[in-house]
Design a protein around this ligand. Sequence first.
Ligand SMILES: [Zn+2]
Length: 306
Amino acid sequence: MQSRNLNVDNQYLQASTPLARAVKYLLQPLLMIAVLAFWLADPGNPAAFPLAIVSVQIVLGLLERAVPARPGWLIRGRQMLLHVLLVLLLSVATVMVAGLYDELLADPLSRLRANLGLDVWPHHWPLLAQMFMVFFLSEFIWYWFHRAEHRWAIVWRLSGHGAHHSFKRLGALNFGLNHPLEMFVLVLPAALVELTFGVGIAVAGAAILGTTQASIAHANLDLNPRGIGWLFTTNTYHIHHHSAVLEESNTNYGCSAIIWDRVFGTFADSRTAEAGTGPTEPSLWEKFLMPLREPADTAIAPGERG
Ligand SMILES: [Zn+2]
C-alpha cells in the first residue's frame, strides 16, 4: 500500500454559532470538572477510567461532527471504525504494559524509596491535591521523554513516535493512535511516580485527567486557549506540536499540562496550517514500520532532515 496524498482541506472555521461558542469557552473546563467529580465519587472504582474516557470520546466525537474547526479533517465510515478498533486494541496493550511495569518495578522502586528516604508522599492531603501532584509530576517526566523523542533519531525510531505524528487529519481519537512500541514510553511516567513514592489511589484520578486532556488536545474543535492554557494543554497548542513544519513541531511537548513548556522555553502559541510528518500520510503498514523505515518525505523526524 502506497502513501496517500490526501489533498487535505485544512481550512479553519472560528466558532460562530451559539453551540460552537459554548463549546469554545465551556467544554474543556466542564469536561475536566466532570471527570474529576465522577472519579471522586468512588475513587477506588476500577470501572471509572474506562467509563470516563469512553464518555469523553463520545462527547468529543459528536461535537466534532456538529461544529468541527476543520471540516476537512473529519473521518467517517470504515476509517473511523478502524481507528476505534485500533484504539481499543492499543488500550488493552496499555493495560498490559502497566501490569508489566508493576511486576518489574514495584519491588526495586520501593527498595529505592526506603534506601533514599523518599517516603515523603503526603497521603494525608486531600485526594484532589494528591491527584494534581501525580498529574504534574508525571507530565514533567513525560515532557523530557517526549522532548528526547523529538531530539534524537534513535529515541524517535525506538519509540515509534513518528507513527503518532503521521496523521494529516486529527481528532479526539488520535490520543490513542500510537505505535505499539510507544506504550512502553507513555505508561512509564505515571508508573515511576506511583511506584517510587508509593502514591496509592490518586494515580487513578491523574490517569483519568491526563487521558481526558490528551483527548481534548487532539480534538477537531475551536477551543479557547486563554486562561486554562497557562497550566493545561489546549488543542491549539498540541495541534501546533503536530505541525508538518519542523520548527513548529519542536514545541509544546506537554500533551496534558503545558506548564513545563512554559518553564523550559519550548512553549509556542500559534495557529497550525498543516499536520503530519510531511506532505503525504503513510499507510497503516508504513506507520507500523516507521521504527525501521522513515517515510521518504518526512519533514519533522530528528536527524533525517537534509
Ligand atoms: Zn511528539
